[in-house]
Every structure is written in C-alpha cells, then in structure tokens.
Write a protein that binds this ligand. Structure first.
Ligand code: SF4
Length: 222
C-alpha cells in the first residue's frame, strides 16, 4: 500500500480535515457503523467533509429496535449516502452468544463485513472509535496502516463530552438508549447500561471477559 502524503495531524486537528485527507487518497473509502454516538457524529462530520459513500451496518439479528430505528432516521436524514445492511450467512450459529460470544461475533458480525470488504476492496475505512471509549483504545492514532487497507479514526481524540455537545448542537438522531446509560450499544444479549465511573464500553459483554467483537482487534480485524 502506498500512502502518498500524510500531513502532520495533531490531537487538535479537525476530524473533517482527517476525513478530507482520507478521501483524497482513497475516494473508495467505506464507513462501517453500528450507529452509536460516535458513529452518528462521524457520519455528520463525514458528510460535511464531502463523503458520499456507503454506510455499512451488520444486522446480527440481535440489535435493539432502537438501533434499527436510529439507522432508519439517519438514512432519511442523509439521502446522499448509501446505507447498506449486511446479514449473517444462513448457516451462522444462532443463540450461542451466552456460551460462545467470540464465535457468535465472528460468524454474525465479523464474517459478513469481511466478506463484503473482500468484494468491495476499499482502500480505507472510516471508523468512529475514540481513545476515551476504553483502555483498549487509549492509543489509537488518526490513521492506522497495515493489512488490506487504512483504518482512519477521525474522532480518535474527541471526548464523550465533545461528542454529546456536537450531537446536541446539530440535533443528531442519537440512539435513545444512549441517554439511558447505554453509552455503547451492541446486541441486546450482550449490552447493559454503564454504571457511574465505568468507561463507555463497560456495558459490552460485561462479565464475559470480552471487550471487543473482533472487527478492530484480533487476527480477523478489518
Ligand atoms: S455482540 Fe453478542 S449477540 Fe451480537 S454477535 Fe456478538 S456475541 Fe452475538
């Protein structure tokens, strides 16, 4: 992979400048999204920065109705984007989230997205992770090299307070579960509200010794 030019981003760099840079280098960039607070803010910033590509969501079959309604509200609000919903293969394991959450995530979330990305082969992915979300994300940079494509994290340095302020000021359709303490919303069997003092992703796979679904870490990461 050849990176033509990488400007000297600093933590204060506007996420829109990071997105513009990424799109200039990789006009075929795609945006996977689960429509969490970070994802909704990224989507709005990306449109401002000129993104007119796909927003790719994996419907594992276990999403909260509020999440699906958030997707629908976003689709209505941003007609210039193409919303793609992927589904697990028909033979993917069902209802194994309690006994084998890693296998469930691999088959019902990671595999559908990996298959789609093999088909589309984008040069970069725009994603909404931020350092403050979890200790496992504390060091993510704006741009990660390696693998089949660049992983671009325009919100790497944004705090939850900045994200909430932006969402309110722009009247974004945030998943209503967020305001009920579900600071990171995944599938309903594997998500609970966050307790005071916990990090934003503490409600994901709580008590299962698992912190990531495998999209962004591990041997099958995007
Ligand atoms: S988050 Fe839970 S239900 Fe959803 S794919 Fe992963 S293990 Fe399965």
């Amino acid at each position: 992979m050849t990176v033509l030019e990488r400007p000297n981003f600093t933590p204060d760099t506007d996420p829109r400048d990071v997105i513009r840079w990424a799109l200039a280098q990789h006009p075929d960039a795609l945006m996977p999204s689960a429509f969490n607070l970070n994802g909704v803010v990224l989507l709005d910033l990306a449109v401002q920065a000129g993104y007119r590509g796909e927003v790719v969501f994996v419907d594992t079959g276990y999403h909260f109705p509020e999440t699906l309604r958030t997707r629908d509200a976003l689709r209505e609000r941003y007609p210039s984007l193409t919303f793609v919903t992927l589904h697990p293969a028909p033979d993917a394991p069902q209802d194994t989230y309690a006994d084998d959450p890693d296998g469930c995530c691999a088959a019902r979330k990671v595999q559908p997205l990996q298959s789609y990305l093999r088909l589309r082969a984008p040069g970069a992915l725009l994603n909404a992770r931020s350092r403050e979300q979890a200790t496992t994300r504390a060091d993510i940079p704006f741009v990660e090299d390696g693998g089949a494509r660049l992983r671009v994290n325009p919100l790497a340095y944004w705090t939850r307070e900045m994200l909430e302020t932006y969402a309110r000021e722009h009247d974004l359709p945030v998943n209503p579960l967020y305001w009920d303490g579900f600071l990171s919303v995944g599938c309903w069997p594997c998500t609970r509200a966050v307790r005071p003092g916990e990090d934003a992703r503490a409600g994901r796979w709580a008590g299962k010794g698992k912190t990531e679904c495998g999209l962004w870490v591990g041997e099958n990461k995007l």
